[in-house]
Design a protein around this ligand. Structure first.
Ligand SMILES: O=C(O)CCC(=O)C(=O)O
Length: 276
């Protein structure tokens, strides 16, 4: 495997998980080595061209105020490299840290913030897929840094502690003034739980792109942002492992049954019975 998978030093991973549990986010460096990062970035630009060739726009005015943001959707259909990344062992381990054993892949997109790009609207990703109150972390983003990410080149801006906000009423009128940048080196992943309020930063550099991939995962009872049965070709679906088939909810039940417990009561609540 060209990247370091789950072989990160145990301590580093344990510290990242502890930070994620309390702060709602963490950075894990060097998940991709330099050569692999360059390869993924090259594949992203190729995917952007292919996306346009298929008649899709990479500027989405509903998301971004000007065409300096290059958005690429349906990455999983466009290149196998993205199908590898979405199931990367470190990513899956961090997803499970937030969501538990079972989850669905909700979306996988890219946002390249080129010089001149500006911020989108402030939001939390969980608020886009489920109504308030947001009492539990039911979604998580694994953000792949394909370039160094810093304030000047448009780092994602987030509000520390905002993953505790349960309703829109909790979002202060001056929320924008509390935004700070996520900063990380190329090859890192940023893990951000779904309730964190954030936005894209403005790229104020003259000539430096900021390229991020957003792997978005959600609890298995939440409808994914993408209907993968429609987005993935028969050929792509045929090449998926049974595990990926499940994570994409491609079966007839779309995995919703995973949260059901239909055993008889004495089995469901066996743990509560007094010992004989
Ligand atoms: O590109 C970014 O920094 C943030 C993008 C984002 O939050 C989104 O697309 O929902």
């Amino acid at each position: 495997m060209p990247d370091n998978g789950a072989d990160l030093p145990g301590l580093e991973l344990a510290q990242a998980k502890a930070h994620l549990r309390t702060a709602g986010w963490c950075v894990i460096p060097d998940v991709l080595d330099a050569a692999r990062t360059v390869e993924v970035l090259g594949s992203l630009w190729a995917a952007a061209r292919e996306f346009e060739r298929r008649g899709q726009e990479t500027w989405m005015p509903v998301l971004d105020p000007n065409p300096s943001n290059v958005r690429v959707f349906y990455l999983l259909e466009l290149d196998a490299i993205f199908r590898d990344l979405i199931q990367h062992p470190t990513a899956v381990e961090m997803v499970r840290e937030v969501l538990g054993e079972e989850f669905l892949i909700s979306n996988f997109t890219a946002n390249i913030a080129r010089p001149g790009s500006k911020s989108m609207a402030l939001h939390s990703d969980q608020s886009l897929v489920t109504p308030e109150p947001w009492a539990h972390p039911w979604a998580v983003n694994i953000i792949w840094c394909l370039t160094d990410v810093r304030f000047e080149n448009g780092a994602t801006l987030f509000i520390p502690g905002s993953h505790k906000w349960r309703t829109r009423e909790d979002v202060p009128a001056d929320a924008d003034s509390q935004l700070i940048p996520f900063e990380a080196k190329a090859g890192s992943i940023l893990v951000m739980e779904g309730r964190m309020w954030h936005t894209s930063g403005a790229n104020i550099t003259a000539d430096e792109d900021r390229a991020l991939l957003f792997g978005y995962y959600a609890a298995p009872f939440l409808r994914p942002q993408v209907n993968w049965n429609a987005a993935l070709s028969a050929e792509t679906q045929a090449g998926l492992s049974p595990q990926m088939h499940d994570w994409l909810g491609l079966g007839v039940t779309a995995n919703t049954g995973l949260t059901a417990d239909l055993r008889y009561l004495e089995d469901q609540f066996a743990h509560r019975r007094e010992p004989a």
